[in-house]
Design a binder for this molecule. Structure first.
Ligand SMILES: C[S@@+](CC[C@H](N)C(=O)[O-])C[C@H]1O[C@@H](n2cnc3c(N)ncnc32)[C@H](O)[C@@H]1O
Ligand code: SF4
Length: 378
């Protein structure tokens, strides 16, 4: 049996943050109930996979999954478990906003099998939180972690952002250190990107805010990385740091080019070497799904050659790099033999390190990673 990941997009937020362009609409109870029915219909449309695949990761992302009523969330998770074969030790992640978590829902989450929380902390600096339009403050953020720990969640990720106007290196270091002190074992560390059309994008365009200069952005990245590494959170992907054993198994599927299906508006899938996504429109999604119609936009159908190139890029973005045995298992090709010339050239120029087990980028290679990737293009 092959392994499969399931991503379910929960397209609701209490209020849109000023930087975010992930697909979500304002939460409404009637919409939530219709959405749950629709998502279960979409899950059912994949039911023929039950006999060929084992689901070993489920990721409820958003939007704000923790906004859902617990009975709806339970229906959703129970549907996955009845439609597919889910492994005993499956990783089940729920993304949560700090001020939606309480003793009651955390306890329910635990009972329904959720074993990993990903909390959108962003910063523990109240001015920064206010400036980016978050609806929580640092006290609520720390309180949410505390409550999650009381309900015996040990596998908790905190999303942290840097490159925010007005943010300092001290503020970032302080945020990260306090999170680590609280026992956080995984941090997703994102550089703020101004997405077209968002309130922050407009403020910057109108010269009302100034983004940090590129050198400061890099300094912030290195400062965050260093402090995490110093305290045992090892970088395993450009934006992800974890105590060994707490890496996110679902997200590793994206970087290992493993199969996953996405449920809900805007969700992406990679299945049978095809990348496709659902349109970002909740009303249309519900109308279609309640009648059993699912519109899917095919982004690309990957040939063997493009699968190989994409795999090299994905693996080189991971700190572990590309392992020859994994490559052989996936494509039945000897990587070293096929790319002998390229490996020699890149090693001589200190862009990769190669051992008998595999290759990985050096710091210089990471800085000009696109140049390295191009060398492997057919
Ligand atoms: C889609 S959100 C879901 C989490 C949850 N709704 C929350 O915000 O608390 C996942 C994470 O993406 C990051 N993110 C969203 N928009 C971003 C942007 N424009 N630039 C960088 N990171 C961003 C934030 O750190 C956020 O926590
Ligand atoms: S960052 Fe999270 S809470 Fe804020 S708008 Fe985006 S999805 Fe919603």
């Amino acid at each position: 049996m092959k392994k499969l990941g399931i991503y379910i997009h929960i397209p609701f937020c209490t209020k849109k943050c000023d930087y975010c362009d992930f697909y979500s609409v304002k939460w409404m109870e009637t919409l939530e109930d219709k959405y749950i029915k629709s998502a279960i219909n979409e899950l059912t449309s994949y039911s023929e996979l039950k006999n060929k695949y084992l689901v070993d990761t489920i990721f409820l992302g958003g939007g704000t999954p923790s906004i859902l009523k617990t009975d709806n969330l339970e229906k959703l998770i129970n549907s996955v478990k009845s439609i597919f074969t889910v492994t005993e030790d499956a990783e089940i992640t729920l993304e949560a906003n700090p001020n939606t978590l309480n003793k009651y829902n955390l306890n329910e989450y635990k009972k329904m099998g959720i074993n990993r929380l990903s909390i959108g902390i962003q910063s523990l600096d109240d001015t920064i939180l206010k400036n980016i339009g978050r609806i929580h403050n640092s006290k609520e953020a720390l309180g949410a972690i505390e409550k999650a720990k009381e309900e015996v969640f040990t596998n908790i990720n905190a999303d942290v952002m840097f490159n925010i106007p007005g943010q300092t290196i001290e503020s970032i270091e302080n945020t990260i250190l306090r999170l680590i002190e609280k026992g956080i074992k995984h941090i997703s560390y994102y550089s703020l990107k101004l997405e077209e059309g968002t309130p922050m994008y407009i403020l910057e365009r109108d010269n009302k805010i100034t983004m940090p200069k590129e050198e400061l952005e890099r300094e912030m990245y290195y400062a965050g990385r260093d402090i995490m590494e110093k305290h045992g959170l090892v970088q395993y992907e450009i934006s992800n740091f974890a105590v060994t054993g707490f890496e996110c198994r679902h997200n590793l599927k994206y970087w290992n080019q493993e199969e996953y299906i996405g449920i809900g508006p805007s969700a992406h899938s990679f299945f049978n070497a095809v990348r496709y996504n659902n349109p970002s429109d909740l009303k249309e999604y519900i109308q279609g799904a309640l009648r059993g119609n699912f519109q899917r936009n095919i982004q690309e159908s990957l040939t063997e050659e493009s699968l190989i190139f994409e795999y090299i890029m994905l693996r080189l973005r991971l700190n572990e790099g590309l392992k020859f045995t994994d490559f052989k298992k996936k494509f039945s090709i000897d990587f070293f033999e096929k790319y002998k010339k390229e490996i020699e050239y890149l090693t001589k120029n200190h862009l990769i390190v190669s051992t008998s087990e595999g290759i990985k980028l050096t710091q210089k290679g990471m800085d000009i990673s696109n140049y390295v990737f191009i060398q492997f293009m057919e």
